[in-house]
Design a protein. Structure first.
Length: 336
């Protein structure tokens, strides 16, 4: 290395001579070692998870598939039957209480069975209790409103009001023709009941309000959809046919055969329920089956339970109206 302190600027010649006298040593050259470096353990990649944790997507489960729920089905029909049984118990308690206090002058159960007030009162109590219970129970079961689950669709009935009233008139004309072709017995149980004082007016009011609404709710609201769903379900299970998706409103799409079978199987018990009033005569029974088939067709065609209720109420109104006109306001029932 050069020593800068040996240079004297005042006597440059001395510094130069001394520099010539002393040889300059070159700086040491550092040599590179060719020896191999010690092996180092490779650093784990930052993107790789630790070996102790499971790899991403190592276990994969397919998403859970939810099959469409078609309502109402037979399970819901069973709930309705259970609520109706409780309603019967409540109505029985009310009837016993009324008999205990001699309401309407009735003091025994035998008399209450044939009294129009007790008959319609107990029936109304069953209907009302069952209906109120349904309003509380089924929204929690269906996760939607009670009327929405039954496809009430009142706006459809209002929009097709004239069309539906025309169907009711057609059913009334068929009933008049059936009465001439296959008349019922002269002393049917309903005839003996309606001759009681004030009974005709009570039946008139009940027949165009309570009866159409609750009968349609039970038969066309619950039973008919349950039968249609059960029929399609049986076909799907036996043939492996996939379940069709629900419509835009979340309601099932039934096959034509299921709807035809369900309508017939609904109409038979509907007619049997009223058969006791007409003495189980064949003419009125066939008429009731036919009227029920029309009501089922209206319900399925319009997808509206309110439509079948309107037709049912209008049909009963026409029957009672012609009876009222023919008996001078139910004063001469022997003429009818």
């Amino acid at each position: 290395m050069y020593n800068l302190n040996e240079f004297d600027p005042l006597h440059p010649e001395d510094s130069a001579s001394s520099a010539e006298a002393a040889p300059v040593e070159p700086p040491p050259v550092e040599t590179l070692s060719l020896e191999p470096l010690p092996a180092q353990s490779p650093m784990p990649a930052q993107d790789e998870p630790p070996s102790t944790e499971p790899l991403l997507f190592q276990s994969w489960y397919p998403p859970e598939v939810f099959l469409p729920v078609r309502i109402p089905h037979f399970g819901h029909l069973g709930i309705l039957a259970l609520l109706s049984l409780v309603g019967m118990l409540v109505a029985g308690i009310l009837v016993r209480t009324a008999i205990y206090f001699h309401l309407f002058g009735i003091s025994t159960v035998d008399k209450a069975i044939t009294d129009i007030h007790y008959m319609l009162g107990s029936e109304a109590a069953i209907y009302l209790f069952t209906f109120l219970a349904c309003l509380l129970v089924f929204p929690h079961v269906w996760h939607k409103g009670f009327f929405a689950g039954l496809q009430w669709n009142g706006e459809v009935a209002l929009h097709k009001c004239r069309y539906l009233l025309g169907i009711a008139v057609l059913c009334f004309l068929i009933a008049m023709f059936s009465g001439m072709l296959m008349p019922g017995p002269n002393n049917a149980p309903i005839d003996n009941i309606i001759r009681a004082p004030g009974a005709a007016w009570l039946l008139f009011a009940f027949g165009v309000t309570f009866a159409p609404f609750f009968e349609e709710m039970a038969f066309r609201g619950f039973l008919l959809p349950a039968l249609c769903t059960a029929w399609d379900w049986a076909i799907e299970r036996s043939t492996g046919k996939p379940i069709p998706p629900l419509d835009a409103n979340g309601h099932p799409e039934w096959s034509n055969f299921a709807m035809a079978s369900g309508a017939f199987l609904t109409s038979v018990p509907f007619a049997l329920m009223h058969a006791a009033q007409t003495g189980y005569s064949i003419g009125p029974f066939l008429l009731l089956v036919g009227v029920s088939l029309v009501l089922c067709w209206v319900r399925l065609k319009t997808r509206s339970l309110a439509s079948s209720v309107l037709v049912h109420a209008a049909y009963n109104f026409l029957l009672f109206s012609i009876m009222m006109l023919g008996t001078s306001g139910f004063q001469h029932l022997d003429k009818f």
